[in-house]
Design a protein around this ligand. Structure first.
Ligand SMILES: Cc1cc2nc3c(=O)[nH]c(=O)nc-3n(C[C@H](O)[C@H](O)[C@H](O)COP(=O)(O)OP(=O)(O)OC[C@H]3O[C@@H](n4cnc5c(N)ncnc54)[C@H](O)[C@@H]3O)c2cc1C
Length: 337
Protein backbone atom coordinates (compact mmCIF):
# COMPACT_ATOMS: atom_id res chain seq x y z
CA UNK A 1 0.00 0.00 0.00
CA UNK A 2 1.26 3.48 -0.82
CA UNK A 3 0.08 4.55 2.65
CA UNK A 4 3.35 3.02 3.89
CA UNK A 5 5.32 5.45 1.76
CA UNK A 6 3.51 8.74 2.40
CA UNK A 7 3.65 10.99 5.44
CA UNK A 8 -0.15 11.32 5.44
CA UNK A 9 -0.14 7.51 5.82
CA UNK A 10 -2.90 7.26 3.23
CA UNK A 11 -3.04 5.87 -0.31
CA UNK A 12 -4.09 2.57 -1.88
CA UNK A 13 -1.95 0.10 -3.79
CA UNK A 14 0.21 0.73 -6.86
CA UNK A 15 -0.19 -1.54 -9.87
CA UNK A 16 3.62 -1.87 -9.81
CA UNK A 17 6.12 -0.57 -7.25
CA UNK A 18 9.79 -0.25 -8.14
CA UNK A 19 12.67 1.06 -6.03
CA UNK A 20 15.60 2.33 -8.07
CA UNK A 21 19.12 2.83 -6.75
CA UNK A 22 20.95 4.11 -9.84
CA UNK A 23 20.26 6.82 -12.40
CA UNK A 24 20.54 4.26 -15.23
CA UNK A 25 17.86 2.12 -13.62
CA UNK A 26 15.67 5.19 -13.05
CA UNK A 27 15.88 6.18 -16.71
CA UNK A 28 15.29 2.58 -17.89
CA UNK A 29 12.13 2.24 -15.77
CA UNK A 30 10.76 5.58 -16.98
CA UNK A 31 11.60 4.86 -20.62
CA UNK A 32 10.01 1.44 -20.42
CA UNK A 33 6.82 2.76 -18.80
CA UNK A 34 6.65 5.58 -21.37
CA UNK A 35 7.09 3.06 -24.24
CA UNK A 36 4.16 1.07 -22.92
CA UNK A 37 2.07 4.21 -22.31
CA UNK A 38 1.83 3.33 -18.62
CA UNK A 39 1.42 6.18 -16.11
CA UNK A 40 4.39 6.65 -13.81
CA UNK A 41 4.66 8.38 -10.46
CA UNK A 42 7.99 9.34 -8.94
CA UNK A 43 8.16 9.07 -5.20
CA UNK A 44 10.76 10.55 -2.88
CA UNK A 45 9.76 10.67 0.77
CA UNK A 46 6.03 10.94 0.02
CA UNK A 47 5.86 14.06 2.19
CA UNK A 48 4.19 16.35 -0.30
CA UNK A 49 1.55 14.13 -1.85
CA UNK A 50 -1.94 12.96 -1.08
CA UNK A 51 -2.46 9.63 -2.83
CA UNK A 52 -6.06 8.46 -3.42
CA UNK A 53 -7.56 5.52 -1.58
CA UNK A 54 -7.84 3.79 -4.97
CA UNK A 55 -4.05 3.88 -5.25
CA UNK A 56 -2.15 4.41 -8.51
CA UNK A 57 -2.94 2.50 -11.69
CA UNK A 58 0.60 2.44 -13.04
CA UNK A 59 4.23 2.26 -11.95
CA UNK A 60 5.26 4.01 -8.75
CA UNK A 61 9.01 4.48 -8.71
CA UNK A 62 10.69 5.20 -5.41
CA UNK A 63 13.89 7.12 -6.07
CA UNK A 64 16.55 5.72 -3.75
CA UNK A 65 19.72 6.85 -5.56
CA UNK A 66 22.51 7.79 -3.17
CA UNK A 67 25.74 9.78 -3.35
CA UNK A 68 27.23 13.17 -2.64
CA UNK A 69 30.28 14.52 -4.46
CA UNK A 70 31.94 17.79 -3.54
CA UNK A 71 34.68 20.05 -4.85
CA UNK A 72 35.73 22.44 -2.15
CA UNK A 73 38.13 25.36 -2.52
CA UNK A 74 38.73 28.31 -0.24
CA UNK A 75 38.00 30.85 -2.99
CA UNK A 76 35.15 29.13 -4.89
CA UNK A 77 33.35 27.58 -1.92
CA UNK A 78 31.78 24.13 -2.15
CA UNK A 79 30.30 22.81 -5.42
CA UNK A 80 28.25 19.83 -4.35
CA UNK A 81 26.28 17.35 -6.45
CA UNK A 82 23.67 15.27 -4.63
CA UNK A 83 21.73 12.29 -5.95
CA UNK A 84 17.95 12.74 -5.99
CA UNK A 85 17.29 9.94 -3.48
CA UNK A 86 19.45 11.32 -0.67
CA UNK A 87 17.43 12.29 2.39
CA UNK A 88 17.16 16.08 2.51
CA UNK A 89 17.54 16.60 6.24
CA UNK A 90 20.50 14.23 6.49
CA UNK A 91 22.11 16.22 3.70
CA UNK A 92 21.44 19.50 5.57
CA UNK A 93 23.04 18.01 8.69
CA UNK A 94 26.05 16.99 6.61
CA UNK A 95 26.29 20.46 4.99
CA UNK A 96 26.25 22.10 8.42
CA UNK A 97 28.97 19.70 9.67
CA UNK A 98 31.10 20.63 6.63
CA UNK A 99 30.54 24.37 7.24
CA UNK A 100 28.71 24.81 3.96
CA UNK A 101 26.46 27.84 4.46
CA UNK A 102 22.96 28.38 3.11
CA UNK A 103 20.63 25.47 3.91
CA UNK A 104 20.72 25.50 7.71
CA UNK A 105 17.29 27.16 8.02
CA UNK A 106 15.86 24.36 5.84
CA UNK A 107 16.59 21.79 8.56
CA UNK A 108 13.87 19.28 9.38
CA UNK A 109 12.03 19.40 6.05
CA UNK A 110 11.14 15.78 5.23
CA UNK A 111 11.67 14.08 1.90
CA UNK A 112 14.39 13.59 -0.66
CA UNK A 113 16.83 16.02 -2.25
CA UNK A 114 15.35 15.42 -5.73
CA UNK A 115 11.98 16.89 -4.74
CA UNK A 116 13.36 20.08 -3.20
CA UNK A 117 13.67 22.08 -6.45
CA UNK A 118 10.13 21.15 -7.52
CA UNK A 119 8.30 23.40 -5.11
CA UNK A 120 11.48 25.32 -4.20
CA UNK A 121 11.19 24.28 -0.58
CA UNK A 122 11.55 27.05 1.90
CA UNK A 123 11.29 27.85 5.57
CA UNK A 124 12.34 30.48 8.09
CA UNK A 125 13.22 33.15 5.55
CA UNK A 126 15.20 31.06 3.04
CA UNK A 127 14.47 28.80 0.11
CA UNK A 128 16.51 26.15 -1.61
CA UNK A 129 16.77 28.15 -4.86
CA UNK A 130 19.33 30.41 -3.17
CA UNK A 131 21.96 27.63 -3.17
CA UNK A 132 20.98 25.48 -6.19
CA UNK A 133 23.32 25.92 -9.15
CA UNK A 134 21.85 23.27 -11.48
CA UNK A 135 19.30 20.47 -11.71
CA UNK A 136 20.01 17.43 -13.90
CA UNK A 137 16.94 15.69 -15.29
CA UNK A 138 15.64 13.02 -17.62
CA UNK A 139 13.33 14.79 -20.07
CA UNK A 140 10.47 12.37 -20.80
CA UNK A 141 9.28 14.38 -23.79
CA UNK A 142 12.63 14.75 -25.57
CA UNK A 143 13.96 11.47 -24.21
CA UNK A 144 17.33 12.85 -23.22
CA UNK A 145 19.21 14.09 -20.21
CA UNK A 146 18.76 17.80 -19.77
CA UNK A 147 20.53 20.02 -17.25
CA UNK A 148 18.82 23.17 -16.02
CA UNK A 149 21.14 25.90 -14.76
CA UNK A 150 19.43 27.66 -11.83
CA UNK A 151 18.40 30.57 -14.05
CA UNK A 152 16.28 28.21 -16.20
CA UNK A 153 14.52 26.61 -13.23
CA UNK A 154 12.08 29.57 -12.99
CA UNK A 155 12.14 29.43 -9.22
CA UNK A 156 9.47 31.39 -7.39
CA UNK A 157 7.57 31.12 -4.12
CA UNK A 158 6.86 27.36 -3.76
CA UNK A 159 7.19 26.90 -7.52
CA UNK A 160 9.56 26.18 -10.41
CA UNK A 161 9.48 25.07 -14.03
CA UNK A 162 9.25 21.47 -12.69
CA UNK A 163 6.14 22.27 -10.67
CA UNK A 164 4.54 24.07 -13.62
CA UNK A 165 5.00 21.04 -15.91
CA UNK A 166 4.24 18.12 -13.58
CA UNK A 167 5.81 14.81 -14.52
CA UNK A 168 7.79 16.01 -17.54
CA UNK A 169 11.26 15.98 -15.97
CA UNK A 170 12.58 13.30 -13.65
CA UNK A 171 15.15 14.88 -11.40
CA UNK A 172 18.36 12.84 -11.32
CA UNK A 173 20.58 15.01 -9.15
CA UNK A 174 20.82 18.52 -7.80
CA UNK A 175 23.96 20.69 -7.69
CA UNK A 176 24.50 23.28 -4.99
CA UNK A 177 27.00 26.05 -4.55
CA UNK A 178 27.76 26.92 -0.94
CA UNK A 179 29.87 29.57 0.69
CA UNK A 180 32.20 28.21 3.35
CA UNK A 181 32.02 29.34 6.95
CA UNK A 182 30.51 28.71 10.31
CA UNK A 183 28.25 31.76 10.38
CA UNK A 184 24.74 31.69 8.92
CA UNK A 185 23.32 34.08 6.38
CA UNK A 186 21.64 37.05 8.16
CA UNK A 187 18.61 35.72 10.07
CA UNK A 188 15.58 36.90 8.10
CA UNK A 189 12.72 35.48 10.14
CA UNK A 190 11.55 37.19 13.34
CA UNK A 191 10.44 34.01 15.15
CA UNK A 192 13.82 32.37 14.50
CA UNK A 193 15.71 35.51 15.56
CA UNK A 194 13.70 35.53 18.82
CA UNK A 195 14.47 31.86 19.47
CA UNK A 196 18.16 32.55 18.90
CA UNK A 197 18.09 35.68 21.07
CA UNK A 198 19.36 37.94 18.25
CA UNK A 199 17.93 40.68 16.03
CA UNK A 200 16.71 40.05 12.50
CA UNK A 201 19.71 40.58 10.19
CA UNK A 202 22.30 39.22 12.62
CA UNK A 203 24.42 36.17 11.86
CA UNK A 204 24.70 33.17 14.15
CA UNK A 205 26.62 29.87 14.03
CA UNK A 206 25.03 27.55 11.44
CA UNK A 207 24.90 24.61 13.87
CA UNK A 208 23.02 26.82 16.33
CA UNK A 209 20.58 27.84 13.59
CA UNK A 210 19.94 24.20 12.70
CA UNK A 211 19.21 23.30 16.33
CA UNK A 212 16.90 26.31 16.80
CA UNK A 213 14.98 25.56 13.60
CA UNK A 214 14.55 21.90 14.57
CA UNK A 215 13.27 22.92 18.01
CA UNK A 216 10.73 25.40 16.58
CA UNK A 217 9.61 22.87 14.00
CA UNK A 218 9.17 20.13 16.61
CA UNK A 219 6.98 22.43 18.70
CA UNK A 220 4.72 22.83 15.64
CA UNK A 221 4.62 19.16 14.64
CA UNK A 222 6.70 19.96 11.57
CA UNK A 223 9.34 17.29 12.13
CA UNK A 224 8.19 13.76 11.34
CA UNK A 225 7.41 11.65 14.40
CA UNK A 226 5.53 8.36 13.91
CA UNK A 227 4.11 8.62 17.43
CA UNK A 228 2.58 12.07 16.85
CA UNK A 229 -0.49 12.29 14.60
CA UNK A 230 0.14 16.03 14.24
CA UNK A 231 3.00 15.06 11.92
CA UNK A 232 0.92 12.65 9.80
CA UNK A 233 0.57 15.41 7.24
CA UNK A 234 2.01 16.94 4.11
CA UNK A 235 3.34 19.94 6.02
CA UNK A 236 1.59 23.18 5.11
CA UNK A 237 -1.44 22.09 3.13
CA UNK A 238 -1.99 25.46 1.42
CA UNK A 239 0.43 28.08 0.13
CA UNK A 240 0.39 31.60 1.53
CA UNK A 241 -1.74 33.70 -0.86
CA UNK A 242 0.01 36.34 -2.97
CA UNK A 243 -2.40 39.29 -3.18
CA UNK A 244 -2.67 42.47 -5.24
CA UNK A 245 -2.63 45.74 -3.27
CA UNK A 246 -6.42 46.04 -3.68
CA UNK A 247 -6.98 42.53 -2.37
CA UNK A 248 -4.64 43.09 0.56
CA UNK A 249 -6.49 46.31 1.40
CA UNK A 250 -9.65 44.31 2.12
CA UNK A 251 -7.93 42.56 5.06
CA UNK A 252 -7.88 44.17 8.51
CA UNK A 253 -4.68 45.97 9.58
CA UNK A 254 -3.65 43.14 11.92
CA UNK A 255 -3.56 40.56 9.10
CA UNK A 256 0.06 39.62 8.29
CA UNK A 257 1.54 41.25 5.19
CA UNK A 258 4.95 40.55 3.68
CA UNK A 259 6.32 42.18 0.52
CA UNK A 260 6.68 39.64 -2.32
CA UNK A 261 7.81 41.46 -5.47
CA UNK A 262 4.78 43.16 -7.01
CA UNK A 263 2.47 41.23 -4.70
CA UNK A 264 1.77 41.12 -1.01
CA UNK A 265 1.98 37.79 0.74
CA UNK A 266 -0.43 37.11 3.58
CA UNK A 267 -0.58 34.14 5.92
CA UNK A 268 -2.80 31.18 5.03
CA UNK A 269 -2.65 30.14 8.71
CA UNK A 270 -3.98 33.54 9.81
CA UNK A 271 -6.83 33.37 7.27
CA UNK A 272 -7.77 29.85 8.40
CA UNK A 273 -7.66 30.79 12.07
CA UNK A 274 -9.83 33.85 11.43
CA UNK A 275 -12.44 31.89 9.49
CA UNK A 276 -13.60 29.78 12.41
CA UNK A 277 -11.08 26.93 12.19
CA UNK A 278 -8.93 26.48 15.26
CA UNK A 279 -6.13 24.03 16.03
CA UNK A 280 -7.49 20.48 16.19
CA UNK A 281 -10.62 21.33 14.13
CA UNK A 282 -12.07 18.25 12.42
CA UNK A 283 -13.22 14.79 13.43
CA UNK A 284 -11.66 11.63 14.84
CA UNK A 285 -10.24 10.65 11.45
CA UNK A 286 -9.00 13.87 9.86
CA UNK A 287 -8.34 17.21 11.48
CA UNK A 288 -6.14 20.27 11.60
CA UNK A 289 -2.98 19.70 13.59
CA UNK A 290 -3.41 20.51 17.27
CA UNK A 291 -0.21 22.57 16.97
CA UNK A 292 -0.59 24.39 13.65
CA UNK A 293 -3.76 25.14 11.65
CA UNK A 294 -2.02 25.01 8.28
CA UNK A 295 -1.31 21.28 8.54
CA UNK A 296 -4.17 18.91 7.71
CA UNK A 297 -3.52 15.65 9.51
CA UNK A 298 -4.52 12.01 9.59
CA UNK A 299 -5.54 11.24 13.18
CA UNK A 300 -4.77 7.53 12.62
CA UNK A 301 -7.60 6.21 10.45
CA UNK A 302 -8.25 8.90 7.81
CA UNK A 303 -8.78 8.06 4.17
CA UNK A 304 -7.61 10.34 1.36
CA UNK A 305 -11.28 11.24 0.84
CA UNK A 306 -11.55 12.39 4.49
CA UNK A 307 -8.55 14.69 4.00
CA UNK A 308 -9.83 16.05 0.69
CA UNK A 309 -13.23 16.78 2.31
CA UNK A 310 -11.52 18.64 5.16
CA UNK A 311 -9.34 20.59 2.71
CA UNK A 312 -12.42 21.66 0.75
CA UNK A 313 -14.22 22.70 3.92
CA UNK A 314 -11.29 24.86 5.03
CA UNK A 315 -10.72 26.35 1.59
CA UNK A 316 -14.44 27.17 1.16
CA UNK A 317 -14.70 28.59 4.70
CA UNK A 318 -11.78 30.95 4.07
CA UNK A 319 -13.20 31.98 0.71
CA UNK A 320 -16.65 32.68 2.21
CA UNK A 321 -15.11 34.81 5.00
CA UNK A 322 -12.36 36.70 3.13
CA UNK A 323 -13.00 36.22 -0.61
CA UNK A 324 -9.52 34.65 -0.93
CA UNK A 325 -9.21 31.18 -2.43
CA UNK A 326 -6.43 29.11 -0.89
CA UNK A 327 -4.39 26.97 -3.28
CA UNK A 328 -2.99 23.60 -2.20
CA UNK A 329 0.74 23.26 -1.70
CA UNK A 330 0.38 19.48 -1.40
CA UNK A 331 0.19 17.48 -4.65
CA UNK A 332 -3.26 15.91 -4.63
CA UNK A 333 -3.35 12.93 -6.99
CA UNK A 334 -6.41 11.72 -8.79
CA UNK A 335 -8.72 14.62 -8.02
CA UNK A 336 -8.84 18.39 -8.17
CA UNK A 337 -9.48 20.12 -4.87
C1 LIG B 1 5.89 17.53 8.54
C2 LIG B 1 6.19 18.20 7.22
C3 LIG B 1 6.82 19.43 7.18
C4 LIG B 1 7.11 20.07 5.97
N1 LIG B 1 7.73 21.29 5.97
C5 LIG B 1 8.01 21.91 4.81
C6 LIG B 1 8.65 23.20 4.81
O1 LIG B 1 9.00 23.75 5.85
N2 LIG B 1 8.88 23.79 3.61
C7 LIG B 1 8.55 23.20 2.43
O2 LIG B 1 8.79 23.81 1.39
N3 LIG B 1 7.94 21.99 2.41
C8 LIG B 1 7.68 21.33 3.56
N4 LIG B 1 7.05 20.11 3.55
C9 LIG B 1 6.67 19.50 2.26
C10 LIG B 1 7.68 18.45 1.72
O3 LIG B 1 8.49 17.94 2.75
C11 LIG B 1 8.59 19.00 0.63
O4 LIG B 1 7.82 19.49 -0.44
C12 LIG B 1 9.58 17.95 0.11
O5 LIG B 1 10.51 18.55 -0.76
C13 LIG B 1 8.90 16.78 -0.58
O6 LIG B 1 9.88 15.79 -0.78
P1 LIG B 1 9.49 14.29 -1.02
O7 LIG B 1 10.73 13.58 -1.43
O8 LIG B 1 8.78 13.74 0.14
O9 LIG B 1 8.51 14.43 -2.26
P2 LIG B 1 7.28 13.48 -2.62
O10 LIG B 1 6.14 13.79 -1.75
O11 LIG B 1 7.72 12.06 -2.72
O12 LIG B 1 6.97 14.02 -4.09
C14 LIG B 1 6.48 15.33 -4.28
C15 LIG B 1 6.29 15.59 -5.78
O13 LIG B 1 7.55 15.55 -6.43
C16 LIG B 1 7.59 14.52 -7.41
N5 LIG B 1 8.94 13.93 -7.33
C17 LIG B 1 9.53 13.37 -6.26
N6 LIG B 1 10.80 13.04 -6.56
C18 LIG B 1 11.01 13.41 -7.84
C19 LIG B 1 12.13 13.33 -8.73
N7 LIG B 1 13.31 12.81 -8.38
N8 LIG B 1 11.97 13.83 -9.99
C20 LIG B 1 10.80 14.36 -10.39
N9 LIG B 1 9.71 14.45 -9.60
C21 LIG B 1 9.81 13.97 -8.34
C22 LIG B 1 6.49 13.56 -7.02
O14 LIG B 1 6.04 12.82 -8.12
C23 LIG B 1 5.45 14.52 -6.46
O15 LIG B 1 4.74 15.14 -7.50
C24 LIG B 1 6.75 19.45 4.75
C25 LIG B 1 6.11 18.19 4.79
C26 LIG B 1 5.82 17.57 6.01
C27 LIG B 1 5.14 16.24 6.02
Amino acid sequence: MLAEHTTFHVGGAAKRFVRVTSQEELIDVVRDADDRGEPILLLGGGSNMLVPDAGFDGTVMQVATRGITAEVSSCGGAMVRVQAGENWDEFVGFAVSQEWVGVETLSGIPGAVGATPIQNVGAYGADVAATISAVRTWDRQQRRIRTFPAIDCQFGYRTSVFKRHPGRWCILDVSFQFKLGDLSAPIAYAELARALGVDVGQRVGIAQVREAVLAIRRSKGMVLDEADYDTWSGGSFFTNPLLSEEEAATLPPEAPRFPAGERIKTSAAWLIQHSGFSKGYGNRRAGLSTKHVLALTNRGSASADDLVALAREVRDGVEARWGIRLEPEVNILGTAL
